[in-house]
Design a protein around this ligand. Structure first.
Ligand SMILES: [Zn+2]
Ligand SMILES: [Zn+2]
Length: 371
């Protein structure tokens, strides 16, 4: 090993982080040890830092942060066949049990015994070394960088939502609520799969401007609620404005086949149900209010497929890497900020503020190293 210390960026408690020298992880016969080179910061990392929990996942012991990483293989277990030392890999950061009903039915993301990086109590990837089963380390083609590799994690979330669950295909139309990293990547996936229209909806003008330059064919900025307007009337009014403004119908070639909600906002979820075509699909990937009011009668009358989307499953990483390698999805332009490992705190502060010290809006901040 080039370096004997395993420098790690550790969440000690709410609003408290530290660098620690941890033990280099042991590897089993089917594992590889990866020297982590690039790690993207995600909303969930920020959430643990700010609140110490996400729903039932509570940080009780110090935990290494980070789960969007790529690196170089530095050691392989005795039974690893497909990877060699020196390989550039994107890390899929969730190790499932392989034995339960979910794993065996091909939905390992639902495994009750999932060991997921930076989801308590499991350590994340913001360390010099991270070990994982070789089948979760995806070798990157020669024309892909480690930076792009780190973005395969959030891109796989988009693949899972739009392609695997949404079954989106060429000549269809999609509406995506929320133009943060996941929403943008959902738009990019739809575009790569041959979308006729990609409509981006967000309440932040700058985000829509980026979406237009990136993957959206049309964008919409919802107006604010009027004084005293109830939330259901508001959702209906905005859906009408959106449909009229962008010439969207409920059936036929002008209809929306697939809605992705990447916002988690109650109003958007309702609008998605109103907007999507008869027999269409609504995928919920954004996490927001845990309980909301939904137009169930509309859902029945339109016979909608409404599905939750959680992380990613079999095949999602492969398709993500393939679409980037083919030049059909650009993930590089989402990286707005880069920091050395020693400045991990600054990378988190920037992501949290939504803006860097340079005044530039953040889409994705990436941490290099440690060296
Ligand atoms: Zn993430
Ligand atoms: Zn399992």
């Amino acid at each position: 090993m080039a370096n004997e210390s395993n420098r790690s960026f550790v969440l000690k408690g709410v609003e408290s982080t530290a660098f620690e020298e941890r033990k280099i992880p042991e590897i089993g016969a089917h594992d590889v040890l990866v020297e982590v080179k690039k790690t993207g910061i995600c909303g969930s990392d920020i959430h643990y830092l700010a609140h110490g929990r996400i729903g039932d996942f509570v940080v009780k012991e110090p935990m290494v942060l980070g789960h969007e990483s790529a690196g170089i293989v530095v050691a392989t277990g005795s039974l690893v066949k497909d990877l060699k030392v020196g390989a550039k890999v994107a890390l899929e950061p969730g190790r499932s049990c392989t034995r339960c009903e979910s794993c065996k039915s091909g939905r390992y993301q639902l495994c009750p015994d999932m060991i997921f990086a930076a989801t308590p109590p499991y350590d994340g990837t913001l360390a010099r070394y991270y070990s994982l089963p070789a089948d979760l380390a995806y070798e990157l083609p020669a024309n892909m960088s480690l930076e792009e590799g780190a973005l395969m994690e959030p891109l796989s979330v988009g693949i899972h939502s739009v392609s695997t669950l949404g079954q989106f295909h060429s000549n269809q139309s999609i509406a995506v609520f929320g133009a943060g990293p996941v929403g943008l990547l959902c738009m990019a996936v739809a575009r790569a799969l041959g979308a006729k229209r990609v409509i981006g909806i967000d309440i932040v003008k700058e985000r829509l401007a980026f979406a237009t330059s990136y993957a959206a064919t049309d964008v919409f900025l919802p107006p604010k609620p009027e004084e005293g307007e109830n939330k259901i009337d508001y959702s209906r009014r905005v859906t009408d404005l959106l449909a009229k403004g962008l010439d969207i119908e409920q059936r036929g070639p002008k209809a929306i086949d697939l809605v992705i909600d990447a916002s988690g906002a109650e109003a958007c979820i309702r609008m998605g149900i109103y907007l999507v075509k008869y027999g269409g699909t609504h995928i919920q990937v954004g996490m927001g209010s845990p309980e909301i009011v939904l137009p169930i009668t509309t859902l029945i009358a339109k016979e909608l497929r409404v599905l939750g989307s959680f992380r990613y499953g079999p095949g999602d990483y492969n398709l993500a890497i393939s679409l980037v390698a083919q030049g059909k999805i650009d993930v590089k332009s989402l990286i707005t900020h880069e920091y050395p490992f020693e400045k991990a705190d600054e990378a988190f502060a920037t992501t949290r503020a939504g803006k860097g010290a340079d005044g530039k809006g953040v889409i994705k901040a990436v941490i290099n190293g440690p060296k």
